[in-house]
Design a protein around this ligand. Structure first.
Ligand code: NDP
Length: 359
C-alpha cells in the first residue's frame, strides 16, 4: 500500500530551533523559502552572486555564499539545477555539512542514480513538488496545497521521517498530499514522462497537424485548433479536477460520440513495447550513463539544432507572425562548430538518423 501523508502528519514545532538554508533562490528556491518563512521557520539563503541573490535580499532574507550557508544550517535544501548539483556538491557542500544535519533534494536524480555520495552521518530527504515554483507559492497562499513525491534515502538521526513531514507541512504540500516513494522511483517517473509520454504525444500532435495542413486547411487555423487556443490546457485541468474520462462531459454529444467511436481505430498503435523499452533504459541506468557521457553534451547540441530545422518550426514562425504573437529564438539555435563536428565523427551514423528524422 502506498503511503500518503496529509496535514495532520506534520508537526512544524519540531523545526522551531533549526536554521534552514535554501541553496539556490530560483524557481523552487524562492517559492519554498517564502512558504517556509510564512510557516514561522528560520530561513537563510545560500546563492551565487547573481540577480537571484539580489532578489533574496530584496525579499528580506539573510543571504550567504553557498558554503557559508551550509556551515550555518541544520537543514539544507539543495534547489539548484540538477546538472550542476554534482560539481557544487563536491566543491562547496560535501565537506561543510554538519553531522546530524539534513540535506533535502527536490529531485531524486542525483541520489537515485548515485551520481553523488553524501556522508553517512546526515539525513537525506526528498520533497519533490509536482508543481512549478510559481504554483508552489500560489497554492500555499490560496491554501489548496500541491502534490509532492517524498522519500528518505538515509535516516541517520532516527527521526528523518518527522523532519521530512514537518518540512513538507511548512512548504504547504501536505494540504494536498505527499506520496512516499524512493529517490530512484521519483527520478524514473520524471524521466519516463519526459522520454515516453512527451515524445509520443508530440508525434501524435505533429501527425494531426501535418494531416490537416496537407489537406489544405490554413496553418493558422490548424495550430489554433490543435494547441494555440489553450483549450487543451483547460481539458488537462478538467482531467485533474474531475477525472480522465469524466471530463468528456464538458464536450458536446457529437464530440463524445466521435472520440469514442473513432478511438478504437488507434488501439493497435505500437506504443507499449517502445514505452517499456524506454522505461527499462531509465531503470537500468542506461539513460543516465548516456547523458553523463561527455560526448552526449555535444550530440545534444547537434540534435537540438536538427530539431529546430524541422518543418513545424518554420510553419509556426510564419503563423505566429501572422497572428501577431511574440517570436522566440528557438529558430536561431546555433549549430556545433567544425571542431565540435570532428569530435562527433565516431557517432556520425546515429546522427544521420536524427538528421533524416527531423528533415
Ligand atoms: P533554477 O534553474 O531556478 O536555478 C536555481 C538556482 O540555482 C538559481 O539561483 C541559479 O542561478 C542557481 N545556479 C545555477 N547554476 C549554479 C551553479 N553552478 N552554482 C550555484 N548556483 C547555481 O532551478 P529550479 O528551481 O528549476 O530547480 C531546482 C531543483 O528543483 C532541481 O533539483 C529540480 O529538478 C527541482 N524541481 C524543479 C521544478 C520546477 O518546476 N522547476 C519542479 C520540481 C522539482 P543562475 O540562474 O543565476 O545560474
Amino acid at each position: 500500500m502506498v503511503e500518503i501523508f496529509r496535514e495532520s502528519d506534520g508537526n512544524i514545532a519540531l523545526l522551531k530551533t533549526k536554521i534552514i538554508a535554501i541553496i539556490g533562490y530560483g524557481n523552487q528556491g524562492r517559492a519554498q523559502a517564502l512558504n517556509l518563512r510564512d510557516s514561522g521557520l528560520d530561513i537563510i539563503i545560500g546563492n551565487i552572486d547573481d540577480d537571484y541573490k539580489k532578489l533574496a535580499i530584496k525579499d528580506g532574507f539573510p543571504v550567504y555564499e553557498i558554503k557559508e550557508a551550509i556551515i550555518k544550517s541544520d537543514i539544507s535544501f539543495l534547489l539548484i539545477p540538477d546538472e550542476v548539483i554534482r560539481s557544487v556538491f563536491r566543491e562547496e557542500i560535501q565537506n561543510n555539512l554538519k553531522p546530524n544535519s539534513s540535506l533535502v533534494f527536490a529531485s531524486g536524480y542525483t541520489i537515485g542514480f548515485k551520481l553523488i555520495s553524501p556522508p553517512q552521518n546526515i539525513n537525506i530527504i526528498l520533497i519533490a513538488p509536482r508543481m512549478i515554483g510559481v504554483g508552489v507559492r500560489e497554492n500555499f497562499l490560496n491554501g489548496q496545497g500541491f502534490f509532492s513525491f517524498v522519500a528518505i534515502e538515509q535516516d541517520y538521526t532516527g527521526n528523518a521521517r518527522e523532519i521530512l513531514l514537518a518540512l513538507a507541512k511548512g512548504i504547504g504540500t501536505l494540504k494536498k498530499g505527499a506520496i512516499l516513494l524512493s529517490f530512484k522511483q521519483e527520478a524514473e517517473l520524471d524521466l519516463f514522462n519526459e522520454q515516453g509520454f512527451g515524445p509520443a504525444f508530440g508525434r501524435v500532435l505533429l501527425s494531426s497537424i501535418y494531416t490537416l495542413i496537407d489537406a489544405g486547411y490554413p496553418p493558422e487555423a490548424v495550430l489554433i485548433e490543435m494547441y494555440m487556443s489553450n483549450e487543451m490546457a483547460y481539458t488537462y485541468k478538467k482531467m485533474a479536477d474531475i477525472g480522465l474520462i469524466k471530463q468528456v462531459d464538458f464536450h458536446s454529444q457529437t464530440s463524445q460520440y466521435g472520440a469514442i467511436s473513432r478511438g478504437i481505430r488507434f488501439r493497435k498503435l505500437p506504443l507499449k513495447n517502445k514505452m517499456e523499452q524506454i522505461l527499462k533504459e531509465i531503470q537500468d541506468g542506461d539513460f543516465t550513463k548516456e547523458w553523463e557521457n561527455k560526448i552526449t553534451k555535444l550530440k545534444f547540441k547537434l540534435i537540438k539544432y536538427f530539431a529546430t530545422k524541422q518543418k513545424i518550426n518554420s510553419i509556426e514562425r510564419e503563423v505566429r507572425k501572422n497572428l501577431q504573437l511574440k517570436l522566440y529564438d528557438i529558430y536561431e539555435e546555433e549549430p556545433p562548430t567544425k571542431e565540435e563536428m570532428v569530435k562527433l565523427q565516431s557517432i556520425s551514423e546515429e546522427l544521420n538518423l536524427f538528421r533524416q528524422y527531423y528533415e
